[in-house]
Design a protein around this ligand. Structure first.
Ligand SMILES: [Zn+2]
Length: 292
């Protein structure tokens, strides 16, 4: 498993055309994330493809923060959430009901539009406003859904190739820059067609090998790789904040029933326990008015 490609994201540009992209391999990162919950294999596979896609897009973030993708389904898959920070820390979670076939496609699990949606949220950490894009879930696969989203919301021609197998997820993103010329168009069409033959990319030993196999006729420059990994931003302080939002009445009723309040992180499955005193301490008495 330990190849030079493992847990690496490599950005690349075509030297002679306004075409750029990135290639990613998620290895330990992917396995750590799907090990957090007992996801069925078919859902693990879709989660791997979605992790690769979100990681490829988050790599382009120009601010400190994160990119959050939600597939909201109306069938077996109720919700798939994948988050990637600007430092390429990834986490994911899913809610589903019923059987998931090993070879299920996104459209099989999420159901047809209407009722299924794709929501992409840009969440800057500096407190500036969220940006959220919502489209009806279209396309049979994870890759097709992202291509549809990018065409609609960013108006950039994009091609995505995604695959999960053998305990790793790999992906390639190819984009045609808005300012590209007619001559660039020929390169775009050739490179884009190469994406349809991309399965050989899955076996490449490193990013350079993958790019050489994919685009043998082009001068492609690869940048220094970045290192995606599993990481969850949950914390005791965040859970405490969520409990405060729930309100003291609700927390009191849990205490009355169980004696403590336990919260499991839906992403990493870490458990946070608050005993009665700690839970009550979240709701200080309002300060008494000072009388002069
Ligand atoms: Zn967590």
């Amino acid at each position: 498993m330990g190849t030079a490609f493992a847990d690496q994201l490599t950005r690349f540009v075509f030297e002679r055309a306004a075409v750029r992209g990135a290639v990613v391999s998620l290895d330990t990162a992917y396995r750590d994330i799907v090990a957090c919950h007992p996801y069925p294999p078919g859902l693990q596979r879709l989660m791997g493809e979605t992790l690769a896609a979100v990681c490829l897009l988050a790599n382009a973030l120009k601010f400190e923060g994160s990119l959050v993708l939600q597939f909201q389904g109306a069938a077996t898959l109720r919700l798939l959430v994948v988050e990637c920070s600007s430092t390429l820390e990834l986490r994911a979670t899913a809610q589903w009901e019923g059987e998931v076939a090993d070879e299920a496609r996104l459209v099989d699990l999420a159901g047809e539009d209407p009722g299924s949606r794709m929501v992409l949220t840009l969440d800057p950490k500096d407190g500036s406003p969220l940006y959220q894009g919502v489209v009806a879930l279209q396309g049979e696969s994870v890759a097709a859904s992202f291509e549809h989203y990018l065409a609609k919301s960013e108006q950039i021609d994009s091609r995505l190739w995604l695959r999960t197998a053998g305990g790793r997820a790999r992906g390639v993103l190819l984009q045609r820059m808005p300012a590209s010329t007619e001559a660039d168009g020929a390169t775009w069409r050739r490179a884009s067609a190469a994406m349809d033959r991309a399965p050989s990319t899955f076996d490449a030993a490193d990013a350079h090998a993958a790019l050489t196999v994919l685009f043998p006729a082009d001068d492609v420059r690869a940048f220094r790789p970045r290192h995606p990994r599993f990481g969850c931003s949950c914390s005791r302080a965040r859970v405490a904040a969520a409990l405060r939002l729930m309100g003291s009445a609700e927390v009191d009723s849990i205490l009355a029933e169980r004696g403590t309040v336990g919260v499991d992180c839906e992403f990493c499955n870490r458990r946070y326990e608050f005993d009665a005193a700690e839970a009550r301490g979240l709701f200080p008495e309002p300060p008494t008015a000072v009388v002069h």
